[in-house]
Design a binder for this molecule. Structure first.
Ligand SMILES: NC(=O)c1ccc[n+]([C@@H]2O[C@H](COP(=O)([O-])OP(=O)(O)OC[C@H]3O[C@@H](n4cnc5c(N)ncnc54)[C@H](OP(=O)(O)O)[C@@H]3O)[C@@H](O)[C@H]2O)c1
Length: 249
């Protein structure tokens, strides 16, 4: 195992990663690097917004273009693209991020179709909110989605890995997310955007504290669910390095 530090939001960073394979055969490419960004679009620092696009889209498809060409030449290989169920939903207060994931979801199906007569498979993993560093890095810890209980990253990564090995087109990880993504297909975009603004708008913590001043739910004897929720939040996130960017044989 060799560790390499490279900024995959840049062409130079992707070139550096590709060069590190030194011509060895890449059997599987797991395009996982990505970042989010909270706040209303016009209030975002544009450089940060651009970095989301550069990482999630430009760096990702450049890497896939390089490695994918090698795979097609050899007529073998597996590509896993980490999209998101966010790609089905206009993401008020994380508009750029959701847009990048809509791009990746769509791109993944198109590339899969283009390669259908080869032995190169393309799979898209579409997780819902997952307990990683994502929301802290996206400056979204003061939002409903940022503070809610989330999916187990190891389980999500396993689902994606299994789908890639089986050569499946896509996998939405988790029952709740499957329902949400199915509902998104038949819900008007304006309604989805409005629902998302409840999830992504900052100020959630303050609103909850204000609410707790006037309403305290009774603690039912023997109800330990509040402790379980706390424990889940304290659970140490599994590093998303589980989904590292390339696997070289
Ligand atoms: N967490 C969620 O709720 C969720 C839901 C759906 C989809 N996703 C997607 O899942 C993927 C992994 O995110 P995560 O949830 O595991 O978040 P995370 O804990 O913040 O991890 C992000 C990963 O991407 C890497 N990365 C980000 N920018 C990079 C860059 N410019 N160059 C190289 N590596 C870079 C990070 O590397 P370092 O740690 O070295 O910085 C880290 O390994 C992302 O594509 C994200 O959009 C996440």
């Amino acid at each position: 195992m060799e560790a390499l530090e490279a900024d995959l939001a840049t062409i130079e960073g992707v070139d550096k990663l590709y060069a590190a394979a030194s011509g060895r055969q890449v059997d599987a490419l797991l395009a996982n690097a990505g970042r989010g960004l909270g706040q209303a679009f016009l209030d975002q620092d544009f450089e940060k917004a651009r970095r989301v696009v550069d990482t999630n889209i430009t760096g990702t498809i450049y890497l896939i273009h390089k490695v994918g060409n090698d795979m097609r030449r050899r007529n073998t290989g597996r590509i896993l693209i980490v999209g998101s169920i966010a790609g089905f939903i206009p993401g008020s207060f994380q508009a750029v991020y959701n847009g990048t994931k809509a791009f990746l979801n769509s791109f993944s199906f198109a590339l899969r179709d283009e390669l259908k007569d080869t032995k190169v498979t393309v799979s898209c993993l579409m997780p819902g909110a997952t307990e990683t560093e994502f929301f802290r890095r996206a400056e979204m810890m003061d939002t409903a989605v940022g503070t809610a209980e989330k999916d187990d990253p190891a389980e999500v990564a396993n689902n994606g890995f299994d789908a890639m090995i089986k050569g499946e087109g896509d996998v939405v990880s988790g029952f709740k997310n499957k329902v949400q993504s199915a509902a998104a297909n038949v819900t008007p975009a304006s309604v989805l955007a409005s629902q998302q603004s409840q999830e992504g708008r900052a100020g959630y913590r303050k609103a909850m504290m204000d609410l707790s001043l006037v309403y305290r739910p009774p603690l039912i004897s023997g109800d330990r669910s509040h402790e379980n929720r706390g424990a889940a939040r304290r659970r140490r996130p599994v590093s998303s390095a589980v989904l590292s960017s390339t696997v070289v044989s």
